[in-house]
Design a protein around this ligand. Structure first.
Ligand code: NOJ
Length: 775
């Protein structure tokens, strides 16, 4: 589909304008007609056919809200699509693809009668590669995440569905995300992410600021504590930062069971409790909220504010007009997957037919999106693209079809299945596959049935690595032209990874195959960062990070292997030399904490500040295996050494943004473009391809102090070029792009001194540099 006229940058004014005000007016009128009980029901989840439900109010023609997961699919959806994961989209470095995926998901949600999509994700940001849910989000770089998060939200909301940006904030680990009870009955509180003000602004809040600017309908407050206070009752982060500093106009919805109090949470800024039923602990809203209003501990004005916040996005997105009714199949799926009752107190409106097929032509786009999110890390001896190999061998338990059914991703304990392609991670951010194309199937279709090809495979990792494996011996004597090894690494909600190495003895599988096959091509289906101890093995001729591709897994990778798609993905994170190089951002996971009797023992100090991922490796000048931003192509690109920096402002630039009324996104002056940088990119190779020129800024170190990064990403563009073609790429730098958070002044401040700009093809491959002095 083509993208509407919206351009990510420059975006001069907040999209929340007059139309929002009209919607606010409608919401106010609506709320003024509600009884106290109705107001309370509008902010308290209840049982129903969706993962989250707001009850209908038939006398006002309000059919309720059907709230569904999640960031890559309609989790509880028959005949719906499973899209590539957030990390895959991050690896595309393509705003259009992020928008398109969001927009297509919205079409599916709408088609199934769901007004609210629980996504996208910018928390976790990905402080640690072990984070169990990093794949749901985009990248540990706040700029890259901010751009793709925003485009996803715009895609979803321009498709008429409310986005819910989650999980706010500091939700960087799964371990102890919820309180537990120890053997003495003591409640051990959730982990506290202890994040200083500057780091919060420059890293973890950064993408949410853009989401607010883009008019995101809802924000989900997270399970963890932030600086000792639970995410859903943290007045500093909810009332202070989100609604105050950033000017958020929508509603704060709790994560499922993340509400820890009634009146206190409400007065701290939480607007909606989910799921609101006893299934996730005590019911803290509903009649308790009615009581709180009656006894004055929650002001009626505050309840009205909560209701207006819930209803404004609903009217803004015209959900009061012709919104499809709920697909009746939701009811059964909800009962099946979450054992929820199938008789409810409320009369939800269901559509006439069950199992509406909402997939449209999305499969073709998913195939393309995932291929674009595949990163070519190594390609020597002309290994790829494949040119009619006569003898092909496929190895690894990730290559074949699902063997445990299509809903393996839901049920605890069976998620990390041994045999079958890993096309998504597990938990609420997964999806119900209506079909899957495995790599083996796609490769067979290309070659296997041709009589001139010898096509063999061995998918059992244990059989591959066993000593003197007879299975392998039977396969390899005639030395295949190419050995394709498929590895995977599982990640899921609810637990963090314990290793960055691939699962199921992936390292040994590669070593074994590479010891016997001089043209070993490795493909990884993975949640994100992997340790690759075999990367420099001379017989490993090509490596592809294919991330979590969704339902077209096999087709997407075959398209890249055979060169129908020229790879243009780039790493949205850094692959270090070894796992221990990442120790700066360890998950708080100490076994001594497992049996603690101290309720607040779980503390995670973000001592590294803003120095995560490439910022860490650059600051400490450490060698890495494949750096942030890196990715190869089947063609080559160059960037002209000379680039232009144009100042877009008149007169002197002030250190701080001029004082202004807060608009969604904060002080509107933060979005003013102060400089423009132009560079010319050329395709110097033989085939068409897409380059991703990236702009890094080096702020003057002297004036910043503390642990300040050497270079930070502040621009990127995906540029499609024919052989020999060149294009000028322009990056706009806003005031926020040039600023640091000044903790004393509580303002974004442009540091005094000379700034370096670098444009290149990765965080360590700069091709053109220049400098300018804003102040
Ligand atoms: C908990 C997860 O953290 C959240 O992302 C999800 O949307 C809710 N459960 C609902 O399933």
């Amino acid at each position: 589909m083509t993208r509407p006229t919206y351009t990510a940058r420059p975006q001069k004014t907040s999209p929340i304008g007059l139309e929002w005000e009209n919607a606010f007016q409608k919401a106010s009128d609506f709320v003024s007609q509600l009884t106290l009980e109705e107001k309370v029901s509008l902010v308290s989840g209840t049982e129903g056919p969706c993962v989250g439900n707001i009850a209908p109010i038939p006398r006002l023609n309000f059919s309720g809200l059907c709230i569904q997961n999640g960031p890559l699919a309609l989790e509880q959806g028959t005949y719906s699509s499973v899209f590539p994961a957030g990390v895959t989209i991050a690896a595309t470095w393509d705003r259009n693809i992020a928008y398109q995926r969001g927009n297509m998901m919205a079409a599916e949600f709408r088609g199934k009668g769901s007004q609210v999509l629980l996504g996208p994700v910018a928390g976790p940001l990905g402080r640690s590669g072990l984070g169990g849910r990093n794949w749901e989000g985009f990248s540990p770089d706040p700029y890259l995440t901010g751009e793709l998060f925003t485009e996803t939200i715009l895609g979803i909301q321009e498709g008429g569905v409310q986005a819910c940006a989650k999980h706010y904030i500091g939700n960087e680990q799964e371990t102890q995300r919820q309180p537990t009870q120890n053997e003495y009955g003591t409640t051990i509180e959730s982990v506290s992410s202890n994040i200083d003000d500057r780091t919060l602004h420059e890293l973890y809040l950064w993408p949410f600021q853009q989401a607010v600017r883009a008019g995101v309908a809802a924000v989900m407050c997270s399970y963890n504590r932030l600086n000792q206070t639970y995410g859903c009752q943290n007045s500093k982060t909810l009332n202070g930062l989100l609604k105050g500093e950033l000017g958020f106009q929508g509603y704060v919805m709790s994560d499922w069971g993340a509400t820890h109090s009634g009146a206190f949470a409400v007065n701290s800024g939480q607007d909606m409790d989910m799921p609101g039923t006893a299934s996730f602990g005590p019911v803290l809203f509903h009649q308790n909220l009615t009581k709180s209003v009656n006894n004055g501990s929650v002001a009626m004005d505050r309840l009205d504010d909560m209701c207006r916040r819930v209803m404004t996005p609903y009217f803004h997105l015209n959900q009061d007009k012709d919104f499809p009714a709920i697909d009746p199949s939701n009811k059964e799926l909800n009962a099946l997957l979450f054992s929820s009752p199938d008789e409810y107190r409320y009369n939800y409106t269901y559509g006439p037919v069950a199992n509406v097929d909402v997939r449209g032509n999305h499969g073709a786009a998913i195939r393309k999106q995932a291929a674009e999110g595949t990163v070519l890390l190594k390609n020597v001896n002309g290994a790829l693209p494949l040119r009619s190999p006569k003898q092909i061998a496929v190895f690894g338990n990730d290559a074949g079809d699902f063997t445990n059914g299509m809903s393996v991703f839901y049920f605890n304990g069976v998620g990390n299945y041994e045999f079958g392609v890993l096309a998504a991670g597990g938990g609420s951010g997964s999806g119900l596959f209506s079909y899957i194309v495995s790599p083996l199937e796609a490769i067979k279709q290309r070659t296997g049935f041709r009589k001139e090809t010898l096509f063999q495979y061995l998918l059992n990792n244990t059989a591959i690595i066993e000593e003197d494996s007879p299975y392998l011996a039977a396969l390899l004597p005639s030395s295949p032209d190419v050995c394709l090894v498929f590895l995977k690494s599982w990640a899921t909600e609810g637990e963090d990874r314990t290793t960055l190495h691939t699962d199921w003895e992936g390292d040994q599988v590669v070593e074994k195959i590479a010891s016997q096959c001089s043209n070993t091509v490795v493909v990884m289906h993975s949640n994100g960062i992997n340790a690759l101890p075999w990367a420099d093995h001379p017989n490993v001729t090509a490596i592809l990070a294919a991330h979590f591709p969704g339902q077209e897994a096999g087709n997407s990778i075959a398209d890249v292997l055979w060169g129908d798609v020229n790879p243009s993905g780039h790493l949205p994170y850094t692959i270090a030399k070894k796992q221990s190089d990442y120790s700066f951002a360890a998950i708080t996971n100490s076994t001594s904490l497992q049996n603690t009797n101290d309720p607040t023992a779980w503390q995670s100090d973000f001592k590294e500040g803003t120095l995560i991922d490439y910022r860490h490796f650059d600051y400490y000048n450490q060698t890495v295996q494949y750096e942030f931003g890196y990715g190869l192509s089947y063609t080559t690109f160059s960037i002209e050494k000379d680039m232009n920096i144009t100042s877009l402002h008149h007169g002197n630039i002030s250190i701080f943004p001029p004082t202004s009324k807060v608009l969604p996104g904060g002080n509107p002056h933060l979005w003013e473009e102060l400089y423009k940088v132009s560079a010319t990119v050329e395709n110097t190779g033989e085939v068409a391809g897409a380059a991703v020129p990236q702009l890094y800024l080096s702020l003057p170190q002297e004036t910043m102090g503390g642990l300040s990064p050497v270079n930070i990403l502040r621009g990127f563009e995906k540029v499609h070029l024919q052989p020999g073609e060149s294009k000028e790429v322009t990056f706009a730098l806003t005031r926020r792009d040039l600023s640091n958070w000044d903790v004393t002044k509580q303002q974004w401040a442009i540091p005094i001194g000379r700034m370096q700009v670098h444009v290149g093809f990765s965080s360590r491959d700069f091709r053109a540099s220049a400098s300018f002095t804003p102040i």
